[in-house]
Design a protein around this ligand. Structure first.
Ligand code: MTE
Length: 320
């Protein structure tokens, strides 16, 4: 298999140099496919009939400069993964128990081609690219991450949602034996679910990610397949996806069910709509440590020129 990521900006520009050297060494030693097996990550673009379908999605315009990326070690060690633990380091550690072998994703609901797709099959027809996106957590910290993935729209083109599909509902893996808080039925309604309106899901910024920093996605960051919606608070970017349902009606998602007054369905980043218990006016970029200068939060996390029209005429305070 030819190992190739089609990227707009070379990994060498953002990845910390040691990591990049390691990756090169792995590639040279022909070890990458072994590393990624059985869920082979990287598509052979020479046999990628679909790539032309979405090549019009101009990722360069959507990407930040990779020089802004948060150090990879920070992103890997400061994670929210409530199935495993309620603290960031604990979640990172405990998530290593997730079993990502033989992964497949069920596609169900209002769709022409319901199916169960193995990750390998899903990726075989995609060209993977780097997308450098801002990521803003509802807890008011932020980072910049170079994801590796493909637009959700490419999957939609493949499975063909029916005209009756108005929402997309995503469900995370349910592995009680590996997930202490699921096993003990603590705090949230498991499995973790999230949802988007169908036009949000089809927006070119919305990604299915399988990697970051040019590497396969670490377990704690959502391996083997996660959603990334950069203009929404991070809790929308669901990890370890096993099911995608095309639905007629808006789903009741995990956080909205838990605290409807605090976590809305839309969860668009908005400095003018405070969380009931804290301001969303500014954020703490993770790269600079706990006492680093705060940054003013931007409407739609800085992607307003690309996504604001999705919400024309909507009251963003009421539909937060
Ligand atoms: N997905 C699942 N399945 N479980 C979770 O607890 N946390 C969400 C989101 N996706 C979460 C999840 C939250 S609150 C955030 S901020 C982001 O993942 C964090 O992503 P990261 O840990 O890769 O930074």
């Amino acid at each position: 298999m030819i190992i190739k990521i089609d990227k707009t900006i070379p990994s060498s520009e953002i990845t910390d140099p040691e990591l990049f050297r390691n990756r090169r060494a792995l590639l040279k030693a022909g070890m990458v496919s072994a590393l990624l097996s059985p869920t082979a990550l990287l598509a052979d673009t020479s046999t990628s009939p679909n790539s032309s379908d979405w090549s019009h999605l101009d990722v360069a315009d959507n990407s930040l400069n990779r020089g802004n990326a948060t150090p990879v070690q920070v992103v890997k060690n400061y994670t929210n993964y409530y199935e495993f633990a309620f603290d960031k380091q604990g979640a990172t550690h405990a998530a290593q128990a997730l079993n990502t072998d033989h992964w497949s994703v069920e596609i169900v609901g209002e769709v022409e081609k319901p199916c169960s797709i193995t990750l390998e099959d899903l990726l075989a027809k995609q060209t993977l690219k780097d997308y450098v996106y801002r990521f803003r957590c509802v807890e008011a910290w932020s980072m910049v991450v170079p994801w590796v993935g493909f637009p959700m729209k490419a999957l939609m083109d493949r499975v063909k949602p029916l005209s009756t599909a108005r929402y997309v509902v995503f469900t995370s893996a349910n592995q009680p034996e590996a997930m202490p808080n699921v096993r003990k039925n603590l705090m949230l309604a498991w499995p973790y679910t999230e949802g988007l309106r169908i036009d949000e899901a089809a927006h070119p910024l919305t990604l299915l990610a399988v990697g970051m920093y040019g590497e396969v996605l670490p377990k704690q960051n959502g391996a083997p397949l996660r959603l990334v919606v950069p203009w929404k608070y991070g809790f929308k970017s669901i990890k370890a996806i096993v099911k995608i349902e095309f639905a007629r009606n808006a789903p009741l998602t995990t956080w909205s069910r838990f605290a409807p007054d605090e976590y809305g369905f839309y969860a668009n980043v908005n400095p003018n709509v405070p969380h009931p218990r804290w301001s969303q006016y500014s954020e703490r970029p993770l790269s600079g440590g706990f006492f680093s200068a705060r940054r003013k939060t931007e409407l739609f996390n800085g992607y307003a020129d690309q996504v604001a029209s999705l919400y024309d005429g909507m009251d963003l305070r009421r539909l937060f």
